[in-house]
Design a protein around this ligand. Sequence first.
Ligand code: HEM
Length: 512
Amino acid sequence: MKKRRKMSVVRHFSRSQFSYWPFSGTDGCFVKPSKGIVAYPVPPGPRGLPIVGYLPFLRTNLHEQFTELVHQYGPIYQLWLGQKRCVVLSSPSLTKEVVRDQDMVFSNRDMHIAALVFTNGGLDIAWAPQGSYWRTMRKVFVRDMMSNSSLEASYNIRKDEVLKAIREVHSKIGTPVDIAEINFLTEMNVIMNMLWGSTVDSQKAQGVGIELQAVISKIIELLTTLNMSDFFPVIARFDIQGVAREMERLRVWVERILDSIIDARTKMSTSERAEAFKNKQKKDFLQILLELKEQEDTGITITMEHIKAFFMDIVTAGTDTSATIVEWVMAEIMHKPEVMKKVQEELSDVIGTNNTVEEPHLPKLHYLDAVVKETFRLHPPLPFLLPKRPDKSCIVGGYTIPKDTRVLLNVWAMQRDPEVWDSPLEFKPERFLGEASKWDYNGNNFQYLPFGSGRRVCAGLPLAEKMIMHFLASLLHSFNWSLPEGEEVDLSETFGIVMKKKTPLVAIPTQR
Ligand code: HEM
């Protein structure tokens, strides 16, 4: 890896330089220092227009535009979107300052209105303000759903769902298959089963999964929308674009489904519940949360509203992200048949031609692991992670980031930076072979952060890693894949909170 160029020079200013305070938001302005504290300037950035700031200049592919601005203003710059100050960071060393050195200060999300409505005011995990509720819920989720022993106990769920998907593809041999769609349903079924599967029969669960699929795409779209209410709080109550209304409609719709599932569970007698869990190795997460709700010593209040917001969060966070990366992996390797060949050779060697893929095989699939990591590098599903918001003014890279700024970590740019990566635009899985621990997803290597970093790193990482590998290994071990006659792989992207392929990958499976 090459060494990064030196960061912007840290500038110190004496107090006498601050006799005049221009209103914040113009280039090179200063934030007034408290008594005795050295002031640092706010980051440089494009000027924009009065009142609307840089909003009129935003293009649809924000990830590319925000990367181009690095060439003009350096790895830390600010822009005004209406009345919202936004700072974009695009270097590993600056990222470290935020997610490691000042993790606590940056551990809140900058929640926009769509997220506020979607989470019923931040009652979930991903958008919840940092505090005892978030800490407890995240701890319980990670301990009771994501720990090694919990994931071992739920292995049969994943195994059955992947097999079901392979059977589904089998029934479509020779015809076009939408890869992301199949993966989405598989992920959804796994997550729903882990959340509330013990007492919902499989037919009902399948119906719920199909209904939720369309709604989740719409939710992700609304979370991506540039909503003027976020940038001009005075007009927020008019909801000019109707984002809040539409999100509220979707939330209420999903809540109705969740209500019916939760109601059915709470009405069960103790013996009915005991019967339902008899053959399971573990209670599902709904049961764990209902029992937590009754406990008095947790230090937090959990209501049904919390449980529903939490479920919506997990279902949304876990499905579209995984389906997106699986689609990108398949697109990249169909673009490079020699990579596909190597993956399939490895699968034959490790699994054998007549066996099905099992989770214990996964740690031996080093080349497939490198292919997945390389795809995460080029196509991080959340190109800016989730927006952060410092709860007090702080200094990063020698610049002041004022309290309540929206802070974006441009992971997309960092993972393609030629100063950090050799031939960054080339798909080269080999760069991830060897030194496995250097390239894990835990966010300790600030050059590579597809799952984020610090205390708000993705909470579903252990499940995501297993499912993505298991699903891909099974698809590629069972089938050969080709594109419909005359088509070529399109690798273009469409910006979003989850960044997708511009055109869905539809490929034709044949028996291997
Ligand atoms: C390809 C798959 C996935 C990717 C790329 C991904 C990525 C991310 C990222 C970038 C964040 C924000 C991290 C940060 O701000 O530093 C996040 C947060 C989160 N993810 Fe994931 N995720 C994936 C799958 C999942 C799954 C399967 C689940 C649950 C079953 C999940 C649950 C969560 C939760 C609950 C949070 C919020 C954590 C918090 O704020 O404390 N994710 N994810």
